[in-house]
Design a protein around this ligand. Structure first.
Ligand SMILES: [Zn+2]
Length: 1006
């Protein structure tokens, strides 16, 4: 039998080889691009079309054997599966999957944005979708279909390779670059997205041609569009009579030939841009296939006709999945050019259409999405800790998992390319915000429940009459460090009293500082120094004595620090500057503020003894809102019609010198006579800390908004560094990319903007100035030594399309983004900034506890000895520690058997399996010590949680046992050695993690 198949196979190959010379093989891939939330909410979309897509596609595929379909985003599919699909539909889906006629592509919860998403969240949303698909169908996606994200990051191909994908597909890249690639048949290549991982995680990448993912709709014989026989989806309700607007002319005996001619002509045009005779012909577009019947019945006839006249047309057409297409290209066995770690950002569609505005659109949503992500990260690891320590504890595991799942869903959902990008309509932005904030509140409830430990519960029910001081004169907080590193830092608690006494869970006084709040007149900011081991939490007591203590400083009481106010300075009166400089010092820096301008003047790096001139202030771009007078700015697009202008006329300053932090407050007034300031900048300089990562960061928060309409606000940092307008920005917090300034004929300002997710820096030979970020922004270096961050945008324009969909970005919110500024030698910064960015993203979780039922100080160490730290070396980051709660075992064969049994004997949710992900922070060669492969023993590292029983290494999203994972090998024109530094976990649980590796494990504890 084997021999016979081989013979037939050879025969087929020889026929197609002959054929291939003249005949094109066309893969018609039916698909629907379903934005999870863009103009309409998820609920509206489900009702108007999304649900019908899956219902009718499943029915139509079941009807005719040749038909195929690819399903991309999981959110709609999951909603359909859980709420609409009948048992018959479900059975059909399983059947179609088995036949390879329905194929899940990407498999993430959404098609995530690539510019402004953090790597952790991109992985989360992929894991979320993959977990569902694998659990439900035993299916593991092999291909990506990133057709709509606005530009392409070099991190994405790495993630897809790590998830086990065989090929990647992108579409939106810069127009002139795509043009060039088309002409030179270079749309396909092998992408080595990470310079450190190189060949081990490279992936074949297909760039869609100029027609992108929608079917070309122009018909020479009709004034209606073509190939969209079901028309355009209607909102809010589908039409009762089934007649939708813009339905294409039906395929009849009159239109058949012209339809065929049009399609073949398009196929032939596109074939010229590729090296093989295979043509990928996406059939579909946004919100298509809600009436799959009318779609397929027309297309069936058309395709049959073309195939019948295949010889004269020179093409054969077939319905295909993406696998069919990639398999054919792979079998061509050509050698492909290699692309390194360059990305495809920024993205422009035309000379004046630079899609760099969305890096900064909807700052609030971008901030909340990242806060939600970091809360989830904390809650997941705490739940692991809780489950291991109290397997039968009072926090019900299903209840806890539901809360975690809701937050996983919300954080995944907002990663959509019209979610976190800020390119959605206001009501959809509200939807994302609601889902995030509700599930965050719910997870905070879970945290509170987990901290209320069994012994506390027992006492709270038995002893309700404790002699507590009045509760508002006492505040109890728990502080959790979600990082697997020991940290010393300060936290900020908002309080109502000007005096406070802080003690830790050993009853010892803790250094603290109190001062009038920068934000609210009625409140005080209390800064508390916390020392926490990795994944450790501690309890702190804050008391508010009503009288001053007689014993002076020995009683540990801190009272409100003095605010020194400086005279407001008007820009018009600036003459000579730099004569009256006021120092603010800490162990790492000397900052000088200029009393003649009230602006920062310079920072001296005390380690390197190098002084760098630095000025920081706010500038604004004036956007054009009238399409008739020039290019506009909107949700997506940033068009700098003019250079930015200074956004203020005068500056006020206050300094609060302190023992923990010195705070500098600057207020910027639009007009000299204004009573209220337009922008504010609060800089906190940590004092008295030797830890360089703390001492070397200047914590800045900015207040702005509501902006005036059609203003785009930037924070500009102007320095004496000779960077030649070169800036380094990150791809999703994973890797840094060098961006040299490019001069264009038009639109140079906008086209030199890049996304900044966690970090951007400029440098010269001696110094590097880095900005670390807790949410995404746009960033550029437009002048020597300059770095500007776009923090907020408020726009309105009269373009019909924008108005019709309410996509003008009239965002009147007040925003308070935070950046940490760090200055040092390039080498020192390289060792600190990656870790620093994670310190910022995962600041300690501070949780107030309501009413403690008994005094807890002195008598005992509150759960102290059992909360052992979990500590990794400084170059390794504990990226994720979670109990996914999936219903499948670690054996693939067993899992498929269980599924085939139709749910009988199906495993329960596994509450004992822990998913651990560790990532190496450094690039090869980045640091002489830290950028080396690092060996850890997982049993030793994890002993703070419990005793490790078994460890199994998995693919990125957990679905593959790493030893079973074999990806397609693609030949390249480059002869590179396979310098794989991959080593498996040893039997004694040791593992060596090399630069930029991301390793995922299933761990069971005893
Ligand atoms: Zn889209």
């Amino acid at each position: 039998m084997k021999g016979l198949f081989l013979f037939l196979g050879l025969l087929c190959v020889s026929v197609s080889r002959n054929d291939a010379q003249e005949r094109l093989q066309v893969f018609v891939i039916p698909h629907s691009h379903m934005d999870v939330g863009w103009v309409y909410t998820v609920q509206e979309s489900m009702h108007a079309y999304a649900s019908n897509v899956y219902t009718t596609v499943v029915e139509e595929l079941s009807r005719v054997k040749d038909r195929k379909f690819i399903a991309v985003e999981q959110e709609f599919f999951r909603l359909w599966w859980d709420t609409t699909a009948s048992q018959w539909h479900k059975k059909q889906v399983r059947q179609l999957l088995q036949e390879g006629r329905l194929e899940f592509i990407i498999g993430g919860q959404v098609m995530h944005d690539e510019a402004v998403t953090d790597i952790d969240d991109a992985i989360l949303q992929l894991t979320e979708g993959h977990g569902f698909l694998y659990e439900t169908f035993g299916v593991r996606p092999h291909f990506s279909w990133h057709v709509d994200p606005f530009g392409a990051s070099a991190t994405t191909p790495v993630l897809f390779a790590l998830a086990g994908f065989d090929a990647h597909l992108i579409s939106r890249i810069d127009y002139d670059l795509k043009d060039d690639m088309q002409k030179n048949k270079k749309l396909q290549f092998v992408w080595r997205g990470s310079s450190s991982l190189g060949r081990t995680q490279d992936i074949f990448t297909h760039t869609m041609d100029q027609y992108s993912y929608c079917t070309p709709s122009y018909l020479p014989f009709s004034n209606r569009s073509g190939f969209y026989w079901n028309g355009v989806a209607m909102f809010p309700d589908p039409p009762k009579d089934g007649v939708y607007p813009n339905m294409s002319l039906p395929v009849t005996k009159d239109t058949l030939e012209p339809y065929a001619q049009t399609m073949v002509k398009n196929i032939k045009q596109r074939a010229q841009w590729f090296q093989t005779n295979h043509v990928l012909w996406p059939w579909g577009c946004d919100k298509q296939f809600y009436n799959a019947s009318v779609q397929f019945t027309n297309m069936d006839v058309l395709m049959n006709y073309i195939n019948k006249h295949s010889e004269e047309f020179g093409v054969t057409v077939q319905y295909a999945t993406l696998k069919d297409y990639f398999q054919a290209v792979h079998q061509s066995n050509l050698s492909w050019e290699v692309r390194g770690s360059q990305d495809f950002l920024p993205y422009s569609t035309e000379p004046f259409q630079a899609w760099t505005g969305f890096y900064a659109s909807r700052n609030v949503l971008k901030g909340v999405a990242r806060r939600a992500s970091s809360l989830l990260h904390s809650a997941e690891s705490l739940f692991v800790r809780y489950r291991i320590r109290y397997p039968d504890g009072p926090v019900q595991k299903e209840w806890a998992l539901d809360k975690l799942k809701a937050l996983r869903w919300a954080v995944s959902e907002v990663q959509h390319h019209d979610g976190i990008t800020g390119t959605e309509s206001p009501k959809v932005a509200d939807m994302y915000m609601d889902h995030l904030t509700q599930s965050m509140m719910s997870v905070e409830e879970l945290l509170a429940a987990m901290f209320l430990l069994p012994q506390d519960l027992a006492i709270s029910s038995a002893n309700t009459e404790s002699k507590e001081p009045s509760s508002d004169l006492e505040q109890h907080i728990i502080v959790y460090n979600p990082l697997a590193w020991n940290i010393t830092t300060y936290i900020n608690v908002s309080v109502k009293y000007p005096m406070a006494l802080v003690s830790d869970d050993n009853g010892l006084a803790v250094p603290a500082q109190i001062q009038p709040s920068a934000e609210s007149v009625a409140d005080y900011d209390l800064f508390i120094v916390v020392e926490l081991g990795g994944l450790q939490y501690r309890k702190y007591l804050i008391q508010f004595p009503q009288s001053k203590c007689n014993k002076g400083s020995s009683c540990g009481l801190t009272h409100a620090a003095r605010v020194v106010t400086f005279e407001t300075r008007n820009v018009s009166k600036w003459k000579k500057t730099g004569r009256r400089l006021l120092p603010v010092l800490n162990e790492c820096y000397k900052l000088l503020f200029d009393q003649e301008t009230n602006l920062l003047h310079s920072i001296t790096d005390r380690f390197e003894k190098r002084k760098v001139r630095i000025r920081q202030d706010f500038w604004e771009y004036e956007a054009n809102g009238d399409v008739h007078t020039g290019p506009i700015s909107d949700n997506y697009i940033f068009t700098a019609n003019e250079l930015a202008v200074l956004a203020y006329k005068s500056v006020a300053m206050q300094i609060i010198p302190g023992k923990i932090i010195s705070e500098v407050r600057q207020y910027f007034y639009r007009e000299e006579s204004d009573k209220n300031y337009t922008y504010s900048m609060i800089t906190r300089v940590p004092v008295g800390f030797k830890d360089r990562i703390l001492c070397q960061r200047l914590d800045q928060s900015y207040g702005m908004g509501p902006l005036v309409v059609n203003k785009e606000a930037v924070l500009r940092t102007t320095t004496s560094l000779s960077n030649n307008r070169t800036i380094y920005t990150d791809n999703n917090g994973y890797q840094m990319l060098k961006r040299e300034y490019k001069q264009y004929i038009n639109n140079s300002v906008s086209r030199n903007y890049y996304p900044m997710v966690r970090e951007a820096y400029i440098e010269d030979d001696s110094s590097r100035l880095a900005l670390l970020s807790e949410r995404a922004h746009g960033v550029a270096s437009l002048g020597q030594g300059q770095m500007e961050v776009m923090l907020h945008r408020r726009l309105w324009n009269n373009q019909e399309w924008n108005l019709g969909y309410n996509l003008t970005l009239n965002d009147s919110s007040v925003v308070q983004p935070v950046l940490w500024m760090m200055l040092g030698s390039p080498a020192a910064m390289a060792t600190l900034s990656q870790q620093g960015a994670l310190y910022l993203q995962h600041r300690p979780v501070v949780l107030p506890i309501d009413k403690p039922q008994r005094p807890w100080i002195v008598r005992e160490r509150w759960d102290g000895p059992t909360v052992q730290p979990v500590v990794l070396p400084p170059n390794l980051h504990l990226q994720y520690l979670s109990i996914p709660g999936w219903c499948y075992g670690p054996s693939h064969v067993q899992h498929l058997q269980n599924l085939n049994l139709g749910g009988e004997g199906k495993p329960e949710k596994d509450f004992d399996r822990v998913l651990l992900r560790i990532t190496h922070l450094f690039e090869e060669g980045e640091d002489p010590v830290l950028a080396k492969p690092t060996t850890i023993n997982l049993k030793e590292v994890m002993q703070g949680l419990g005793e490790v029983k078994t460890v199994q290494e998995r693919s990125l999203t957990g679905t593959w046992d790493i030893s079973d994972l074999q990806r397609w090998n693609w030949r390249t024109t480059e002869n590179t050695e396979n310098s794989s530094s991959f080593t498996h976990v040893t039997t004694d649980f040791s593992v060596t993690i090399s630069p930029k590796q991301i390793r995922t494990f299933f761990i069971y504890f005893k």
